[in-house]
Write a protein that binds this ligand. Structure first.
Ligand code: SF4
Length: 504
């Protein structure tokens, strides 16, 4: 690896496993599996408030406020800016030694006051941090005290203790908090007549949209709530595009397609000028259903179903052929719409490309690393391409991840090492053991790929050592086709180009 690249990766990714092992072996020590239980070496996950901030950045006019020390806010801005390459503002309550002893109430109230006066946001999302969770600040109470003269202003407390989860959980908690705090039971639309959807295709196809009799007269509108999970702005855009092609109205929770991929037009915005509006979030209780594309971020959908009878439909992230089929068929059923010819054409083209590429991809041994929903989606897609995912890894502890990959392993007859809640040390160990030929993961896996001389396709969060992270697109048929080309061409370049074997 060139020295400059090595230094760059060291600067961004911290020390590397080899460095740890070298340093220990110089002292006559070795890393045992027992040591490993007490030390995470190059973590593969990020902290909860970071995920919550990503959800908030998809809300128009929202200001994220981290109730913690300034370093937390700086770390998150740094990660988000270098990935999305957008100016991102995250405020902080700037906790210090004395506020740790006496509590952070004064700081939080002061911060809320300053932000509302100086930036005039439409909403403030307050996330907790390791520090304020540990000292036990009651954010709900402090915010209620702050709001006593201004009850209508939305300040959303979001509990995000980093030692109890990853950015995926933080994202999930933020969506739930947004919906739970903004919706108002008095704005549910009821009518004297039975709902127009009562005997519709949806009820028959999707097992009775309104199961609870108390909602029988609820007047659902034609919109669909859509929870995307933690995906790139381009993927959110693709999903919106598919909904538009199917002529379906939707509320995206939350819409980062432009707020984290904005045009250069001379305007400088301190707050997201695009995204899901507060009015839209309030209206989610009147939608005909919620489609959730993330098994790890469905709690807002569960809340809406439980409290307002809005049917929740959980389906996988539409990555690859069968998952996109499921998404398109669900949209068709929920919206009572025919699948447009253009979408059928794109499906056919993807299928054709899969056949064309099969000879190159067949049985290639792949490792996939990143956010759990993305890894699940890519594992299925690469299996559809005839490849063999031998190692799959996510930093988030998740039984759902284990189960879903386990089911796929049985379905495709693959032996797969599943690492859930692991770190980059675990990933590297398995990559070496399994003789991996291609790695898919974020920039933190670049050094593993480089050291082991394995081609890397960058995907997930964060991608900071290449340009265009916000445009990495894997959802839907069209993006699936482009991604397939990328995977196959990477394999061809490494393993089929004449003379390459001698160079490796
Ligand atoms: S892990 Fe905790 S202390 Fe570190 S940035 Fe995240 S919230 Fe702050």
């Amino acid at each position: 690896m060139p020295k400059s690249e090595k230094n760059f990766q060291e600067g961004c990714g911290g020390f590397f496993i080899k460095d740890v092992e070298n340093s220990l072996s110089q002292k006559g020590m070795f890393l045992s599996s027992t040591d490993k239980k007490f030390a995470v070496i190059n973590p593969a996950r990020m902290c909860q408030p970071l995920g919550a901030v990503q959800a908030l950045l998809g809300v128009k006019g929202a200001m994220p406020l981290i109730h913690g020390s300034q370093g937390c806010s700086t770390y998150m801005r740094f990660q988000l800016c270098r990935h999305f390459r957008e100016p991102i503002n995250i405020s902080s309550t700037s906790m210090s030694e004395s506020t740790v002893v006496y509590g952070g109430e004064k700081n939080l109230i002061k911060a809320l006051d300053t932000i509302t006066r100086q930036y005039e946001p439409e909403l403030i999302g307050v996330t907790s941090s390791c520090l304020t969770e540990t000292i036990g600040d009651d954010m709900d109470l402090i915010i209620r005290n702050f709001l006593k003269d201004n009850n209508d202003f939305p300040v959303i407390p979001i509990s995000t203790p980093s030692y109890a989860g990853s950015h995926v959980e933080g994202y999930n908690h933020a969506l739930r908090a947004l919906v739970e705090k903004l919706v108002n039971p008095t704005s549910v639309h009821y009518s004297e007549e039975k709902s127009t959807f009562e005997s519709s295709y949806i009820d028959n196809k999707l097992n009775n949209l309104r199961r609870d009799p108390k909602y029988v007269n609820k007047n659902y509108n034609v919109k669909i709530n859509l929870i995307t999970g933690l995906i790139s702005p381009s993927d959110v855009f693709t999903i919106k595009d598919l909904l538009q092609e199917m002529e379906l109205e939707s509320i995206i929770l939350t819409d980062t397609s432009q707020s984290l991929h904005s045009p250069l037009n001379g305007e400088i915005n301190f707050l997201p000028s695009q995204g899901t509006t507060i009015a839209q979030i309030k209206d989610t209780i009147n939608s005909r259903g919620t489609i959730c594309l993330s098994r790890h971020a469905d709690s807002a959908g569960v809340f809406l179903e439980k409290n307002f009878g809005v049917k929740l439909i959980n389906i996988p992230l539409p990555v690859g052929l069968s998952a996109t089929d499921q998404f398109v068929e669900t949209l068709s059923a929920v919206g009572n719409k025919e699948i447009p010819e253009n979408i059928k054409l794109e499906r056919g083209q993807l299928l054709d490309a899969m056949v064309d590429a099969h000879a190159y991809n067949y049985k290639r041994r792949v490792a996939i690393y990143g956010e759990p929903d993305m890894v699940i989606g890519l594992t299925r897609f690469l299996s559809e391409l005839g490849m063999h995912p031998v190692v799959v890894c996510t930093g988030t502890q998740s039984n759902i991840f284990r189960d879903e990959i386990g089911v796929m392993a049985l379905e495709y007859g693959h032996d797969i090492h599943i690492i859930s809640g692991g770190d980059l040390y675990d990933l590297q160990q398995k990559i070496v053991e399994e003789d991996v030929e291609l790695l898919l993961g974020n920039s933190y896996s670049a050094r593993i790929a480089s050291e082991k001389n394995i081609p890397l396709i960058r995907v997930g969060f964060p991608v900071f050592d290449r340009i265009g992270a916000q445009r990495i697109n894997i959802t839907g048929y069209r993006a699936g086709l482009n991604f397939l080309d990328k995977v196959t061409n990477t394999i061809m370049e490494r393993y089929y180009d004449p003379g390459i074997q001698e160079k490796i």
